[in-house]
Design a protein. Sequence first.
Length: 343
Amino acid sequence: MTDFGGLPHVAPMLAVPGSLPPAAADPSWGYELKWDGIRAVAYAPGDGSLTLLSRNDNDVTARYPELAPLGEALAAAGHACVLDGEIVAVAPDGRPSFGALQRRMNLTRGAVIARLAAEVPVDYMAFDVPHLDGESTLRLPYRERRALLAGLDVAGPHWRTPPHWAGGGAEALEMTRRYGLEGLLAKRLSSPYLPGRRSDLWLKIKNVRTQEVVVGGWAEGAGGRSDAIGALLMGVWTKDGGLAYAGSVGSGFSQRALEVLRERLAGLARDTSPFTGPVADRHVRAAGAVHWVEPELVGEVAYGEWTATGVLRHPVWRGLRPDKSPEEARAPEEGARAPEEGA
């Protein structure tokens, strides 16, 4: 594990899908915008340095050099802390863009990173502080941690503390719909920080439904995409450890995304299907050929609904998720597949 200059390692607390709390309970909840980016825990030990770990503990510090001065700013203010937040890229219309952020992910060459940091800068949205100035804040209620975070005044060229609201969930959700944002996170004001745990003390309420999927193969396309990727064959892990086929996705790809996928998938080729059941839909039937791969790449799709046969309807590719492990790509429970409020 990376040395964080004396700071403890903190696995991020995770939310569960849900809907708005009942009106009677609304005053007991706090609300934040749900950012369309990648989760990152920031370690700033007070010596000017900064380390960023993704949700699956990959060190992504070097990929986002514009965030490094955050460590210097916190040190200048006399603080050593662990922050929880989200790395986002903002589109020209002012809204977070996961598509834009894709251009900044998986980069290793310093010159390319520096160029894209200027072309597609990112911001760090800090929304929690699980450790501050030598003291753990894990057991403090959310309302007190947010007050401590506000006192840090995390604000700079590429980092900020976005607003939150105590109560007023219905109004906040309507605002996200009006401005085309992803949704809300609802957090009990009394909730402690539970490292590495997924808890219904935190709820994610989405306006757009998304699903993490594992790529188990690809079908060749037609026309301009013959001999290239026409569609990805998606899977989700089941409770018994099998990879269930979840349909194919053939839209939402940029030319650059197709090139990256072809390169990544080439090294994962295998002779047999990784899926536990049959694989058949229009993309597979129309394909010139189907190629199987080891189920290691994780991506995210937006979709309309889960069908009765267990596949995603109208999926649209959103991008690779190197911050997620394949085991996290699981179908929602049957009762959670119906549209949520705000979906």
